[in-house]
Design a protein around this ligand. Structure first.
Ligand SMILES: [Zn+2]
Length: 456
């Protein structure tokens, strides 16, 4: 059957949705909301269970913004700013240098007016692309079916932010004995650029939260450690020639292939010989080449090949050592080899972003969050030990494989853990979803946090 594309982008023949072809695409966030309103509301009727309708409404609103990292998040930030302003809060909006994206930070002071110290809840506003993924429904319309809420960012990580925004009146009316800070950042998925810019501004303003909970998906487990991640683009410049005269050119693709093999060989070494950290599901440092492009025609020696790679180190492996090894081969031996063919050839490495590893901290944030989530102390470990996890999940205790902004916050002196609703197994995938029970768990967590932080 030949599928027919409807105005909304559904292929009715297969009930599939191809992102980027819907009517709302390309209209900006506001346009998308206009297109979806009404229909999306219907999706929430009678299925919210114990979840507050306000929470679902906020998740729906946030999912409706296409905040793929390459796009602006300003419309979403403006919505949050306006919401804060309606509660008489004056958030700090910190933009990137181009003015195309922004972080938002706000403090709800303690009842005695104190803003110093306190707990920060941090969520990133950007999401990964849906390009090339086949979804069963529009990724930018939150759909609920079978106890799950579907949409891009459902678990990574608009639910955490949605719960916070729904709870804003409760946070404000609580008689807090310690301040609460809320941070919404940009560009986490492409190298944690927003968090870095926000931290600089907080330093300037002398704002130093004591603890931080980053709400990336951990199924509400307490996570005290994750790997670092480092992203790079490599540009290999060769010399074009007709393929009948290969000695007249320098094949950029072939040299890129050597560079890629080298990166793979480092990854293989770590896989075979460690160092190992058994608390991680993948217990060693990894590397991956994720994007490659080059060449124009089969009968032309390629003068350009670009690829992007990343590596993720376990705590204890120095990222600088990885970078040094890769640089010294690519920019040393390999470049020399290319330039012996033709001195116009070149290799450049451009760092795209980096997020430091998160390590077990002072234990204060861990103690707070494990108390709120009901985590069990296993074997009464010393504070700061990673062996404190919720009883329901003891695999890969206290760690996740992906990176977060948490390592940056920790470097800024904020004791940080990661704890958020949903599972990263569903993050970044087609038909990303979050179990409604996780939405509930996150609401519960926030209620307990309010209780804990308030003076009564
Ligand atoms: Zn995330």
């Amino acid at each position: 059957m030949r599928p027919i594309e409807s105005p909304r982008g559904y292929l009715w023949g297969e009930r599939r949705f191809h992102p980027g072809k819907g009517k709302g695409r390309g209209k900006g966030a506001r346009g998308i909301i206009e297109v979806m309103r009404g229909r999306a509301r219907m999706k929430f009727v009678d299925i919210s269970g114990a979840i507050s309708p306000t929470t679902l409404e906020w998740i729906r609103k946030l999912v409706a913004f296409d905040t793929t990292s390459r796009r602006s998040n300003l419309a979403l930030i403006e919505l949050i700013r306006a919401e804060m302003a309606s509660h008489a809060l004056s958030p700090l909006v910190v933009s990137n240098t181009e003015g195309t994206k922004a972080n938002l930070f706000v403090t709800i002071p303690a009842i005695d007016g104190t803003s110093a110290g306190g707990v920060m809840l941090a969520g990133h506003t950007d999401v990964v692309p849906v390009d090339g993924q086949v979804w069963s429904s529009d990724p930018f319309i939150a759909h609920i079916r079978d106890g799950k809420l579907y949409g891009r960012g459902a678990c990574d990580m608009k639910t955490f932010s949605g719960v916070i925004l729904a709870m804003l009146p409760a946070f404000i009316s609580a008689r807090l004995r310690t301040p609460l800070h809320l941070a919404f950042t940009y560009d986490e998925e492409v190298g944690c650029h927003g968090a870095g810019v926000l931290l600089e501004q907080l330093e300037v303003q002398n704002i130093h939260p004591a603890l931080c909970i980053v709400g990336d998906p951990t199924s509400m487990r307490v996570v005290t450690a994750h790997k670092s991640s480092h992203l790079f683009r490599v540009i290999v410049t060769g010399v074009a020639s007709h393929s009948s005269n290969t000695p007249g050119g320098v094949n950029a693709i072939e040299y890129a292939a050597k560079a890629i093999s080298f990166i793979r060989s480092i990854a293989d070494e770590h896989r075979a010989s460690g160092p190992f950290d058994p608390t991680f599901e993948v217990p060693f440092t990894t590397a991956n080449v994720g994007v490659v492009s080059g060449g124009v025609a089969v009968n032309t020696v390629a003068d350009l090949c670009e690829f992007e790679f990343e590596f993720r180190t376990i705590p204890g492996v120095e990222p600088a050592e990885m970078t040094d090894r890769i640089e010294s081969y690519l920019l040393g031996e390999l470049r020399t080899e290319m330039q012996q063919e033709n001195d116009g050839a070149d290799i450049r490495i451009i760092p795209l972003g980096a997020a430091p590893a998160l390590r077990p901290g002072t234990g204060e944030a861990l103690r707070l969050v494990s108390q709120l989530t009901g985590a069990t102390l296993i074997g009464a470990p010393p504070i700061g030990d990673k062996a404190v996890v919720p009883a329901q999940d003891t695999s890969h205790d206290g760690t996740v494989g992906y990176g977060t902004e948490g390592g940056l916050f920790q470097l800024a002196g904020i004791d940080t853990v990661v704890c958020g609703p949903g599972s990263m197994e569903q993050g970044h995938t087609a038909d990303e979803y979050i179990e409604l029970s996780q939405v509930n768990a996150c609401e519960d967590f926030m209620r307990k946090l309010i209780q804990h932080l308030s003076a009564g």
